[in-house]
Design a protein around this ligand. Structure first.
Ligand code: B12
Length: 274
């Protein structure tokens, strides 16, 4: 952080940074607590590598709009360090993860998808971009606290839907709100999702829907999931760009959310933020 040892000790002793004392009396600082402090106090992280984080530009004045453009160009160029830098800079500057996912990451991918459709981007560039973002999201995950075991959330995508980024984003956004959230992954049969709900009885289940091959079959199988959720006292949130108006109208569910920010708000009604 580039501050003196005495300032750091003072902040620890005032409880601003969570501290664990070792048997020998040394202060030990969990990384998630240090990061939370940095985000709230708007302190700059001078040397992120010390915390095992990607190098940041040191800029805390990033705005999400510019972040989308910078991320898109870095993703297309395959510049992984620059991609991680944008995402981490925004996060350390105190942006909600939901906003980073909705406005920066999803925005950059809309642009990449459009370029692909216009043959201005190669398939390999799109696939590489997915790999890079997934790695960055996993890296962020390890920097977040594990979440409240009283509030477990599970989610994923249904069979045939190969999209990994949105379900990974939902996991992170819920973790950022204090949930113990786990993405089960992509392309999972509805029957198996129902088994997971019955086995773990989560408070919340999210289904991310980016691809539906056969809408009538999707609707029929979704009922299996819904029955398991009702019996387990699980709220269901569905979202994703493949859920058009007509599909939505035929789905009985607890909440339809368009964005990660909506998911965060809905989750907040089940678990008010302390
Ligand atoms: C990456 C990608 C792929 C990759 C995914 C790889 C992976 N491992 O994840 C792969 C290669 C699998 C793929 C395949 C296909 N793709 Co594709 N793909 C994309 C791309 C470029 C990005 C999608 C993405 O991950 N975005 C990032 C996430 C974070 O954003 P998001 O999905 O929009 O999610 C946001 C919201 O929808 C919402 N949300 C999403 N889920 C949920 C869930 C909940 C609970 C909540 C609350 C909110 C929420 O919040 C998110 C954040 O804001 C899009 C372009 C685009 N416009 O999005 C095309 C795009 C979606 N693909 C498209 C197509 C055509 C296909 C294929 C049919 C191509 C083909 N002919 O094979 C296949 C179908 C695959 C399948 N069976 O699933 C078209 C769809 C056109 C349409 N409207 O139908 C697009 C729009 C490209 C284009 N411009 O034409 N694709």
């Amino acid at each position: 952080m580039g501050v003196s040892e005495s300032s750091l000790k003072r902040w620890c002793d005032r409880g601003l940074i969570p501290t664990v004392r070792t048997a020998g009396g040394h202060r030990r600082l969990p990384i998630s607590g240090v990061l939370e402090f940095l985000r709230e106090s708007k302190q700059n992280l001078v040397d992120p590598e010390v915390l095992g984080l990607p190098a940041t530009s040191g800029k805390s004045e990033w705005v999400t709009g510019r972040g989308r453009d910078v991320l898109r160009e870095a993703l297309l160029a395959g510049d992984e360090a620059a991609c991680r830098q944008v995402i981490f800079d925004l996060w350390l500057a105190g942006q909600r993860l939901s906003e980073i996912c909705d406005r920066v990451i999803a925005g950059a991918f809309v642009d990449i998808g459009d370029k692909w459709a216009c043959q201005e981007a190669e398939v390999y560039q799109e696939r590489r971009a997915c790999e890079i973002v997934i790695r960055a999201l996993h890296e962020l995950r390890s920097a977040l606290p594990p979440g409240d075991p009283q509030f477990v959330a599970l989610g994923g995508t249904a069979e045939g839907d190969q999209y990994v980024i949105p379900t990974t984003a939902a996991e992170l956004v819920l973790r950022d709100s204090g949930w113990q959230a786990h993405s089960l992954g992509s392309s999972i049969p509805f029957a198996s999702l129902a088994v997971a709900i019955r086995a773990h009885r989560p408070r919340l289940f999210w289904l991310s829907v980016s691809y539906v091959a056969d809408p009538p079959r999707f609707l029929e199988e979704f009922r299996v999931l819904n029955t398991a959720a009702t019996e387990s006292g699980t709220a269901v949130a569905v979202g994703g760009f493949a859920l058009g108006e007509s599909l939505r109208q035929q789905m009985r569910h607890s909440a339809f959310c368009d964005t990660m920010q909506h998911l965060e708000e809905f989750a907040g009604t089940l678990r008010p933020r302390s």
